[in-house]
Design a protein around this ligand. Structure first.
Ligand SMILES: Cc1ncc(COP(=O)(O)O)c(C=O)c1O
Length: 372
């Protein structure tokens, strides 16, 4: 409801063309809507094992310090990341989740008239960042079985191309760009194109021919590697991510970022999580095991899916996808509907624990039995 005194206060015209991000439904909302006590959320690619225990411990010890402003330079965390990934601290920029890095990159580098190449379907925030700054989105469809096609991407490059996003493994398809293709692509691009390699799910990859993009930064290419603590490290709720790139590229971003963009608890939690190899390994092991279990059940139900290198699987439920998604929700199983990616016959299912997956599979079996 807009009051009479404010109706002439107009937002930027671009906003009328921008859709707000649709997150996975939170557990409390589904509990309230359907009167359920038990809800299984497999919609946001979170870590089903929970946060790193080392992170929890570190956060607890800092709670009494939160009357202080956080370290604006995130010195300790940047040093920890730099050491872990073998870069210098100047080549690391910590952000309020990977999402903020995308917005900051857009604010730093995009102008109206610039073109941003986005292989699609993919993570919606790339489009959001480009739209916000009035840049044009050049969408390049992924190829057969959602594979990246280097030639198609290169054909889309023009003098106006400013950025190219490569999400690998890609959300929501779980497919990835091979090392050979990534190197060929980056080496074939004109020097005015900044590549954003989104490795939010890179820790889940087991394929030998995968590249997490860091080698290209080391070789001096204009590549920004995005990473997050929201996925394998299990810290989605405290919002911390980072970029690794040439120090000069990051220095320009520091000109537009808010001084205290990453809160203290996020900084100490993330630094502790980085050391938690045990939690990381347990998460990886669970992911491979439960993903395989999901594949087996989907095959039994004759439901097609795209093999994934990540912690989610894109599942083809045909024309009934939306009603199956709604039905799952009413039974307290939240997955992500594909409509927002223009994949109306699909849902994306996050890999949960063995028990969560069993709940999903049982619900799916019951729904499919009625449909058969
Ligand atoms: C591909 C991809 N990149 C980046 C992000 C951003 O994650 P966050 O802002 O939680 O760090 C996500 C989150 O879902 C994602 O799927």
């Amino acid at each position: 409801m807009t009051g009479p005194g404010v109706e002439n206060i107009n937002p930027r015209s671009i906003l009328s063309r921008m859709k707000p991000y649709t997150p996975g439904k939170p557990i409390w909302e589904v509990q309230r809507e359907f009167g359920l006590t038990s809800v299984t959320k497999l919609a946001s690619n979170e870590n089903p094992l929970g946060p790193s225990p080392l992170a929890l411990e570190a956060i607890q010890t800092y709670l009494s310090d939160i009357h202080r402003y956080p370290d604006a330079e995130t010195v300790n965390l940047r040093e920890a990341i730099a050491e872990k990934r073998r870069f210098s601290p100047e080549q690391v920029l910590v952000t309020n989740g990977g999402d903020e890095l995308i917005t900051l990159l857009s604010e730093t580098y995009l102008e109206p008239g610039d073109e941003v190449i986005v292989p699609s379907p993919t993570f919606s925030e790339y489009e959001f960042g480009a739209n916000l700054l009035g840049a044009s989105i050049i969408s390049v469809p992924l190829g057969e079985n959602y594979r990246y096609e280097v030639e198609a991407i290169l054909e889309a490059v023009t003098e106006r191309t400013k950025m190219l996003y490569i999400c690998s493994p890609n959300n929501p398809t779980g497919t990835y760009m091979t090392k050979t293709d990534l190197h060929r692509l980056v080496k074939s691009l004109p020097s005015h194109v900044l590549v954003i390699f989104d490795g939010a799910y890179s820790h889940f990859v087991t394929a030998d021919d995968y590249c997490d993009g860091l080698a290209l930064v080391r070789e001096g290419y204009p590549v920004v590697v995005l990473q997050t603590f929201s996925k394998i490290y299990g810290l989605a709720g405290i919002r911390v991510g980072y970029g690794i790139a040439d120090a000069g590229i990051l220095q320009r971003i520091r000109q537009v970022k808010e001084p205290f963009n990453v809160n203290t608890l996020a900084q100490v939690g993330a630094a502790a999580a980085l050391k938690d190899d045990q939690h990381l390994e347990a998460t990886r092991t669970n992911n491979v095991k439960v993903r395989e279990e999901l594949y087996t059940e989907l095959r039994t139900l004759a439901i097609p899916f795209t093999p994934s290198m990540s912690n989610f699987v894109l599942v083809d439920l045909g024309t009934q996808a939306k009603s199956i998604y709604d039905n799952l929700m009413s039974r307290g199983v939240i997955v992500r509907y594909g409509g927002g990616w223009n994949l109306p016959n699909h849902v994306r299912i996050s890999i949960g624990t063995y028990e969560e997956n069993a709940v999903l599979v049982q619900a799916l079996k019951e729904i499919m039995a009625v449909l058969a």
